[in-house]
Design a protein around this ligand. Structure first.
Ligand code: ATP
Length: 265
């Protein structure tokens, strides 16, 4: 049976002179899933995401998003996508509310959606602040608010946890989980931090040197990791890892994070 795909990439390549930023990448992201695109710095995550959104053109290969060829002339599909990429930052001289209002008008979202997103991303105290004066974490919240504002079917997020503090990371994790679970939104998110995708993703793809080197449901990958790592750590290293995890939980609890959300991880 053919699976309904939100994103499909076939043998996609992007070359910058001698640099093969993306080197024959295949992707199949199912509708409704949270897909974690995990890779180290320079692996090709941002380049891939920019190609998925039609912001840059692949050197070769085909990208389809929500059933449309991204290279095609009509770009209505982009209205059904919410995205966060480094370069698509807010207008620095507009306030948080004005930035969101502008996006609302461009996308035709309902009037109430601006205040809804301000509340959802906990931006109330900053609504009248110019975007250019926000902290990195609050800029990220604004970008996420904008990505979610027009109730997209698909979210494409480049490093959504960037700049957020631990409590903010847990909040955003909950928000993305709820978008997928309660509203059927497909989430494609990149990260260089394993814990970020491990907490959230249904499936994980590992990208390295512009290629997908592994792809599996999270639990399958976790099992493979356990088998691979069995015996690789000393008892002391295991104890240190557990201690760090406990301290992080305690830190989150003491700084007001939702205890249940912290427990779910
Ligand atoms: P990070 O986690 O550090 O953001 P990434 O996985 O997003 O990394 P990319 O930004 O996609 O990686 O970069 C992949 C490779 O392509 C890197 O070697 C990078 O230097 C190169 N690259 C990206 N954009 C360009 C460009 N415009 N010109 C030349 N090389 C580029």
């Amino acid at each position: 049976m053919a699976v309904d795909l939100a994103i499909r990439a076939r043998d996609v390549r992007k070359e910058y002179g001698a640099v093969h930023a993306v080197d024959g990448l295949d992707l199949a992201v199912h509708r409704g899933e949270i897909y974690g695109f995990l890779g180290r710095n320079g692996a090709g995550k941002t380049t891939t995401i920019r190609m998925l959104l039609g912001l840059i053109r692949p050197t070769a290969g085909v990208v389809e998003v929500l059933g449309h060829d991204v290279a095609g002339p009509r770009r209505e599909w982009l209205r059904r996508v919410g995205f966060l990429v480094e370069s698509a930052s807010a207008y620095p001289n507009l306030t948080v509310r004005e930035n969101l209002e502008l996006h609302r008008r461009l996308t035709g979202a309902p009037r109430r959606s601006v205040e809804e997103q301000i509340e959802r991303l906990d931006l109330g105290a900053y609504a009248t602040r110019r975007a250019g004066t926000l902290s990195l974490g609050n800029k990220q919240r604004l970008s996420l608010a904008r990505a979610l504002l027009h109730s997209p079917e698909l979210l494409v997020l480049d490093e959504p946890a960037n700049g957020l503090d631990p409590a903010g990371i847990v909040e955003v994790r909950e928000l993305l989980r709820s978008a997928a679970r309660d509203h059927g939104v497909t989430v494609f998110m990149s990260s260089h931090i394993l814990a970020e995708v491990a907490h959230l993703a249904d499936r994980i793809g590992i990208v390295h040197a512009g290629r997908l080197v592994e792809e599996a449901p999270r639990d399958v990958l976790a099992q493979r990791a356990r088998e691979y790592l069995a015996g690789a750590f000393t008892e002391q290293q295991r104890q240190d890892a557990l201690l760090t995890a406990d301290l992080e939980r305690y830190f989150l609890a003491r700084t007001g994070a939702d205890a249940e959300a912290v427990d779910r991880g």
